[in-house]
Design a protein around this ligand. Structure first.
Ligand SMILES: Cc1cc2nc3c(=O)[nH]c(=O)nc-3n(C[C@H](O)[C@H](O)[C@H](O)COP(=O)(O)OP(=O)(O)OC[C@H]3O[C@@H](n4cnc5c(N)ncnc54)[C@H](O)[C@@H]3O)c2cc1C
Ligand code: HEM
Length: 394
């Protein structure tokens, strides 16, 4: 626990941090990558370019400073970040590196206000936070390694099948090269791929949600062609090739009991974690499940045939699909039900007041859906969401 004086000093510097926020984070990352270039192999550099990861780190440190007396407020954020860190195989020793550059950044940019006493206080506070993460991550690594079919670090998996699901989205079914069992995971969790390839300047780590329910034998991911790594997966990695896989992680999981109604809402490739949740619901004879999905049109509608199969077989499942710009070949009422962007008021009578809502898709889509859900009286505690990038509050 931190002493009162340390807490006071850290809190007194929070306005300074808030004011200098973006400059501090930019300086911090530049400094860290200059002194410890090996960390370029760890961080997702396109998230650095977009500025979202630096912002996420800064917001977390500022939130920590604000809640020093009662860290329980931060529990869910710590959980999310710890899961994310294990996907990048973050090690305890790296906390000392981050801490060193954080303190040096404060000293270099903080001006006269940052005295030795301030640095000491932040060093103590950072040490406490780092230990919280180190301990939680150690537990997650241990859990991933010790369960049946589990492992630590990377494990080679062969691409057994590659299936085009739509114009831009392809599934990869992965089986372990060692022929062993594959640990079970929770619907909604993601694996991480550590990809090394002659066309990449650095080793890149990327997360992909597991797009089927756990089965103990293989892992399936469903990937949209986007930037560097996903294009390589689409164009350069074929059936028979091997990928290095980091164990499943993530705290965005189907937690609703099977007797609660559930609404699964996605746009584009955001349907992947929803699909694992949908399979889990169907396997359990659950209460009603409503599938709401938005995409451009039939050419971009991944897993359409599989959805139609489930709808034909499962009385508890219903769906509403939005196509932004349907093609002449798209069949209204069969392939899709609504045109344009997803508008929940069109289907308000189907939305359960007491149900749990799971969302995944691009940030602007989710911000709009959260706003629409709130307007329809759905409480924030009923809304759960995953972003395919550094976390942002909606
Ligand atoms: C928890 C989680 C689950 C995920 N699940 C899935 C999933 O199921 N399916 C899926 O397809 N994806 C998923 N993702 C996203 C995935 O991890 C990758 O981010 C995605 O595949 C893009 O990676 P990339 O290497 O192809 O693109 P990157 O090269 O990383 O580029 C990403 C985007 O940034 C842009 N960009 C890159 N560099 C710059 C720059 N210098 N300036 C401006 N813009 C730039 C690119 O044009 C591109 O649009 C998930 C992400 C997370 C965090
Ligand atoms: C107390 C110290 C730390 C804090 C407060 C912190 C905070 C964060 C936050 C808020 C995120 C975003 C989480 C999300 O998107 O959900 C994140 C991601 C990440 N962190 Fe940390 N972190 C810390 C230490 C470290 C260390 C020591 C390393 C390793 C050098 C590290 C590497 C990463 C990486 C690689 C990501 C993912 C980046 C991405 O998605 O682009 N972090 N961290």
């Amino acid at each position: 626990m931190l002493d009162r004086r340390t807490i006071e000093i850290v809190k007194s510097t929070l306005p300074l941090l808030a004011e200098a926020g973006p400059a501090l984070t930019a300086h911090f990352y530049q400094r860290m990558f200059r002194h410890n270039p090996e960390l370029k192999e760890v961080f997702n550099l396109s998230h650095q370019h977009s500025g979202r990861q630096p912002a996420a780190l800064f917001e977390a440190i500022a939130a920590y400073g604000t809640h020093l007396e009662d860290l329980s407020v931060l529990q869910s954020a710590v959980e999310r970040i710890a899961h994310k860190h294990t996907g990048f195989l973050i090690e305890p020793a790296q906390y000392a590196i981050v801490g060193e550059h954080l303190l040096a950044t404060l000293r270099e940019l903080g001006g006269d206000a940052v005295t030795d006493e301030v640095i000491d206080a932040w060093a103590k506070a950072y040490g406490v936070l780092a230990q919280v993460f180190i301990d939680r991550e150690a537990a997650l690594y241990q859990q991933a390694a010790e369960q049946q079919g589990g492992w630590q670090g990377t494990r080679p998996f062969r691409i057994q099948r590659k299936v085009a699901e739509s114009a831009l989205i392809t599934s990869f079914e992965l089986v372990p090269v060692d022929g062993g069992a594959v640990a079970l995971y929770q619907p909604g969790q993601y694996l991480s791929l550590k990809v090394t390839h002659p066309e990449l300047t650095h080793t890149e780590i990327r997360q992909y949600s597991l797009s089927e329910q756990a089965n103990g034998e293989r892992l399936r991911i469903t990937v949209k062609r986007d930037g560097q790594v996903s294009a390589l997966l689409h164009d350069r990695f074929e059936e028979g090739d091997v990928l290095e896989v980091i164990p499943p992680a993530g705290d965005f999981v189907l937690s609703a009991p099977s007797e609660s109604p559930v609404v699964l809402i996605s746009a584009g490739v955001g349907l992947t974690p929803m699909w694992a949740m949908l399979e889990a619901r169907l396997a359990e004879a659950s209460a009603t499940t409503l599938w709401l999905h938005a995409c451009d049109n039939g050419e971009h509608h991944a897993l359409k045939g599989a959805l139609q199969g489930h709808l034909a077989e499962s009385s508890g499942l219903s769906a509403q699909i939005w196509y932004r710009s349907p093609l002449a070949s798209d069949r209204p009422a069969e392939d899709y039900h609504n045109t344009g962007l997803m508008t929940l008021s069109d289907v308000a009578e189907q939305l359960p007041a007491e149900g749990e809502y799971y969302l995944c898709g691009p940030q602007p889509f989710m911000a709009s859906i959260v706003e629409q859900l709130r307007a329809l009286g759905i409480g924030d505690t009923q809304i759960h969401y995953e972003l395919f990038g550094p976390h942002q509050a909606l």
